[in-house]
Each structure stands twice: as C-alpha cells, then as structure tokens.
Write a protein that binds this ligand. Structure first.
Ligand code: PA5
Length: 447
C-alpha cells in the first residue's frame, strides 16, 4: 500500500550533514514522551489511538444521520469555530467540486459554515439564503461556551424554529459537544436534539476524526471510513519507529526544529491545488495554536501556487531570509485535461500542445522549488499519491503526530492554548458581561 512520503533532499544547502543525526536523540525522547504519555498535556492524547479505536457503531450512526440530512436538506449549516470547523471544511473543500453549488443535480447538500466569525453581514446573508432553502444544522462546540458559535446558533435556532416549528427544528438540529459540560450540552438535552460526544481527551484542533469532522464530511458525500483507514495507516507508521529515516513524522518534526534553530522562523505551507486552501487553514491552526507559546514557535503561513506566485512570490524569492517552505505535492490528479493544439499558434503555446495541465503545474512546482532554494528558502516536500479520502486521512494524522513531536522538541505543551483567553476577556469586558465590571472601565478608558 502506497503512502505519504517526505522529501527533504533540498534541505542539504541549509542543514549540515551531522545536524539530523544529532537531532535524532531528541526526537527519540519526544517520541517516548508521546507514546508513553508522560509529556506535557498528556490528558489530551486521545487523538493518538482514535482512528484505530473508532467504533463501527459510531460510523454507522454518523452515516445514517448523514443520509437523513441529505434527504431533508439542500443546505447543511455547520456552526463552529477553530477546531470545531476547520477540519471538516478542509476535507470537504479538498475533495469537493468547487462548482458544486452551481450544479442543479447535486445529490449532496451544500455545506455552509457559520459562527466562525462575528460578521453581521455574513450572518444576514446566510439567513436570507436559509429563507429560500431547505436546511439542517450541526452546532459544534467542545466547551459549549464559545461566543461566536453560540451567538450564531441563537440566531439560526430562532430561524429554524420559525420555519419548521419546534418539532420540525428538533429533527434538523444536531449538537456535537462535551459529554457532560457546557451550555450547549444543557441546551441539547433540554431541547432533545440528536447529540454526539467529543471525547474529553481530544482537543479541538485534533478533533477532525471525531463526529466534529466526520458528520459534516459524511453529509457532504465523502467516505469517512476511507478517511479513518488512511489515518490508521499513518498511525502505524508514526508509532512503529522513532527513527527519522523510517518515520516521516519524526523527520518533519526534526527538520522544522533544526531550521527554526537556524533562524528560519516562518514556515509557509504551499499547495498547488486551490482545493487545498482549507487544509492549509486547518494546518495553520494546528501548528499555530500548538506551538506559538512561551515566546517561541514557528509562525505558520500558507499560500496556494501558482496564484500566489503572482503576489507573495516576490517576497518568498527575495524578502527577509527567515522562511522555509513545505510543499504538499499531489502526484496524480483525479481528472484529465490536455492543452489542445492550435494550428495558428497565435499565443505561441504550441510547445504545450498535448501536455496535461498537471504536467504544466508540476513543472511550475519543480521550477519554483529550485528557484526558492537558490534564493535561500529551504524546501520540504510532502508527497501524496493522490487527493482522496484515504490519503487525506494519512495527511491529517501525519500533521497531528508531527505537530505533537515538534511541540515537545520546542519544549512547550502542544495541547493547550492559554493565549486564546486574552481577547475573550477583553471582548466580554467591552460588551459589559456581568463579572467583568472592573476590566470594562479600565478598557473603555484605553480605547
Ligand atoms: O483547538 C482548540 O481547542 C480551539 O481552537 C477550539 O477548537 C476553538 O476555540 C473552539 O472551541 P469550542 O469547540 O470549545 O467552541
């Protein structure tokens, strides 16, 4: 069975030959911390075994709810923020047809996200759409107390109850939250919504392979069994060896830490498929929230090429030399499209006649890699055989496991996010939430 591979051959000009063997010892101890569950944040390691332990009954229940939702809804609204939406959005967009919503014959509902921002315009436009469409809703929050999804759900709950009546709405609302805590859990119990549990020991940004990601992905029509199987394949590889030569997760964690110590503070994740935009967004959250603490951490950035070669390309080639790139390279496209011959050749492109689009894209990728390496940007390539559920499952687990190893190598706890509270405190104070009176006064004076 083929699997994801990591190519670090283009790091040679940037990393001395002895660096990686020297770092191996450190990665070995990080691997030990993780598999023996003795490192920081070890009460949030449920994601390690999750793909291998997923209950078939849970998959069956998700699939049967997905069928129900597909039969009743043209639009499926997923309400959640951060780890409660990025994983499902990443998979749905990566595997989907970007023009699906324009296709009249589409079998799956169009999945729309809400409560991941506080825009009045965005949510007003959404309500206008929901006036006209049959819809169902998933409201997702592990804590059950996050403001953005909670306020979006308050608006949408009123809308759905007005449209379908209380009982009709109950059939169309699915809550995904903690087993016992939080306002959403209480609301779901008292209203009798169909509910799914987010395991206690799985943090938001590691939750894509729980119902948080699996229900929306199944509703969108993708094979969640294959996604999980892909993750199982990568889990076996990740757990089996702590050696960078055998374990791509260990290698990725090692080289990014070596580069960081050599002053490469920004990692740019690059994709050559526009469908991968939200995979990049999911990865940014996973790495940014896991590693950016204690005044340390690689800043995760992202671009999609070749579009962004015409915007960020200049900076990457010649700006501050604090960058390295990790390219997700997909070997085989799902479709075939060939550049046609043109006897008149007025555009001078006949040298491309008969070539597949993917070959042109590949040469752009390889040419860019060499140009950036020549310009002082170290390059890592993650090679995925194809873009399907199985290999995305591998990619997800690869990034999760590498992130945990890499965070331990940095010396931080990759599973908490204390810094996220600062903005919430100020927002609540400025909005006059009871209990924040002292801060309200202080902050209002400062703005
Ligand atoms: O990774 C995390 O824990 C966070 O990004 C959360 O997913 C995000 O803050 C949303 O939290 P919740 O699911 O509790 O609403």
């Amino acid at each position: 069975m083929s699997h994801l591979k990591l190519d670090v051959s283009k790091l040679k000009p940037f990393i001395g030959e002895t660096c990686l063997p020297r770092f191996q010892e450190q990665i070995k101890s990080c691997h030990e911390l993780l598999v023996n569950r003795t490192g920081k944040g070890n009460d949030f390691l449920g994601w390690i075994d999750l793909p291998a332990q997923i209950d078939q009954a849970l998959i069956d229940r998700i699939q049967s709810d997905a069928v129900k939702i597909r039969n009743m809804a043209e639009v499926f609204v997923v309400i959640g923020i951060g780890g409660s939406y990025l994983g499902s959005r990443a998979v749905i967009e990566a595997l989907g047809n970007p023009f699906e919503d324009l296709k009249k014959d589409s079998a799956a509902p169009y999945v729309i996200f809400a409560g991941e921002n506080l825009s009045e315009d965005y949510h007003s436009h959404l309500l206008e759409l929901l006036d006209r469409k049959e819809y169902a809703v998933a409201v997702i929050s592990k804590s059950g107390t996050t403001t953005e999804p909670a306020v979006a759900f308050r608006i949408i709950r009123q809308h759905i109850e007005a449209k379908y009546g209380k009982e009709g709405a109950r059939q169309r609302i699915f809550a995904i939250t903690d087993a016992s805590r939080g306002a959403l859990k209480q609301l779901a119990d008292s209203e009798g919504y169909s509910s799914y549990v987010i395991p206690d020991d799985v943090g938001g940004r590691y939750s894509v392979l729980t119902p948080v990601g699996l229900l929306p992905i199944a509703v969108a029509g993708f094979d969640i069994g294959a996604l999980v199987e892909g993750a199982v394949v990568m889990r076996d590889i990740a757990l089996e060896s702590d050696n960078c030569e055998e374990n791509p997760c260990a290698l990725y964690a090692a080289v990014r830490n070596i580069l960081y110590r050599n002053g490469k503070f920004i990692e740019i994740l690059v994709a050559y498929e526009p469908n991968m935009l939200y995979v990049i967004e999911w990865w940014k959250q996973l790495y940014g929230e896991s590693e950016g603490k204690e005044n340390k951490g690689i800043f995760p950035a992202g671009v999609t090429f070749t579009s962004d070669l015409h915007s960020m390309g200049q900076y990457i080639q010649e700006g501050m030399r604090v960058l390295f790139e990790t390219v997700i390279s997909i070997e085989t496209p799902s479709k075939t499209l060939v550049v046609p011959d043109d006897p008149e050749n007025l555009d001078g492109l006949n040298f491309l006649s008969g070539k597949r689009f993917s070959e042109v894209n590949r040469m752009a990728e390889l040419g860019t890699m060499l140009a950036h390496v020549d310009g002082g940007v170290p390059n890592i390539r993650i090679i995925l055989p194809a873009l399907n559920e199985h290999f995305l499952g591998q990619l997800i687990y690869f990034f999760e496991f590498s992130c945990a190893l890499s965070g331990y190598a940095l010396g931080i706890n990759p599973f908490d996010q204390p810094g996220v509270e600062a903005y919430k405190k100020n927002m609540f104070a400025l909005l006059g939430k009871p209990g924040f009176e002292k801060e309200t006064e202080e902050l209002r004076r400062r703005i």
